[in-house]
Design a protein around this ligand. Structure first.
Ligand SMILES: *[C@@H]1O[C@H](CO)[C@@H](O)[C@H](O)[C@H]1NC(C)=O
Length: 285
């Protein structure tokens, strides 16, 4: 419990640090924090102190956020357009937490170490948790596709380091997050969302100026971050759910998906441009 408490306390501090280095990015406060949890899959840990095994962290079948796999096109990003999405409820009491870097670095993060990790977290090898951990480790170990740089961050500090590496050490950046402005029901469901205003283009540029980070199922917070050399467009999209929910969502569109076919879930229906909603997008200023 002690370590869990420590890492919760660290988070606001790190967010402050981020604020400092993003110089006035308005989105940071709500931050990675809120926003992450909307895309957290069923990878929830009640208590991430690994001496006290997490009681429920994920159901293997649920570990992919269904809508994180939903792709749409630029053409869908229009006022009045309706699309089904799923935005997971943020619940800090059951969501995996970032570990402080020293602690994260002391735990191996490698599929070769899976048997040891299962022991450490007290998961049976055939359990859904074990399968989800294996899936996450494998995803993190796949080689980047051509024109992609990727990294799985096991701590906030390492996530920031990755952004610095991609953007250059002197670069300022800001973090855009998807946030609920209004939420009617406690439970998250797939529902139709309507685009309320013309989406606002935040950036449109090639050459690694956008880093997208997705949460992955794991006993503690893991972000799968990647950046593409080809052109990306980032939008802020105001959405209204069928049940009255309001969201300020971030969408990222990859304008050249020719390298994707074998690697991405979009391969059933390949368009030249592919957009998806995202919980965290880091944009070079
Ligand atoms: C969303 O709207 C479409 C078209 O009206 C409908 O076919 C679909 O079932 C709706 N989806 C949900 C999740 O309500």
């Amino acid at each position: 419990m002690a370590s869990g408490f420590a890492s919760w306390n660290l988070l606001p501090l790190l967010l402050l640090v981020m604020c400092a280095c993003t110089c006035g990015a308005r989105d940071v406060h709500q931050g990675m924090y809120d926003h992450d949890h909307q895309e957290l899959h069923a990878n929830d840990v009640h208590d991430h102190d690994h001496h006290d095994p997490p009681s429920s962290f994920m159901n293997h079948m649920d570990h992919m956020d269904p809508s994180s796999m939903v792709f749409f096109t630029l053409n869908d990003l229009k006022l009045g357009r309706t699309m089904p999405f799923y935005f997971r409820e943020r619940d800090p009491s059951i969501s995996p937490q970032f570990l402080p870097r020293e602690e994260a670095d002391s735990i191996p993060f490698s599929s070769k170490q899976l048997p040891n990790l299962l022991q450490l977290f007290s998961f049976q090898p055939e359990s859904s948790q074990a399968k989800a951990m294996e899936h996450t480790l494998n995803q993190c170990e796949t080689r980047p596709i051509k024109g992609e740089t990727k990294f799985c961050a096991t701590s906030l500090e390492s996530m920031l380091d990755f952004a610095h590496e991609v953007f250059g050490l002197d670069s300022a950046f800001k973090i855009l997050t998807t946030t609920h402005l209004r939420k009617y029901s406690r439970t998250s469901i797939i529902q139709n969302y309507t685009v309320l205003e013309a989406p606002k283009e935040i950036i449109s540029a090639p050459r690694y100026v956008v880093v997208t980070c997705h949460t992955m199922p794991y006993p503690y917070a893991i972000f799968y971050c990647h950046s593409l050399e080809s052109e990306n467009k980032v939008f802020k999209v105001s959405l209204a759910g069928q049940n009255g929910d309001r969201l300020s969502a971030v969408a990222i569109c990859h304008m050249d998906t020719s390298q994707w076919n074998r690697h991405h879930a979009a391969n059933n229906d390949v368009y030249d441009d592919q957009c998806r909603k995202s919980s965290n997008v880091v944009v070079k200023l």
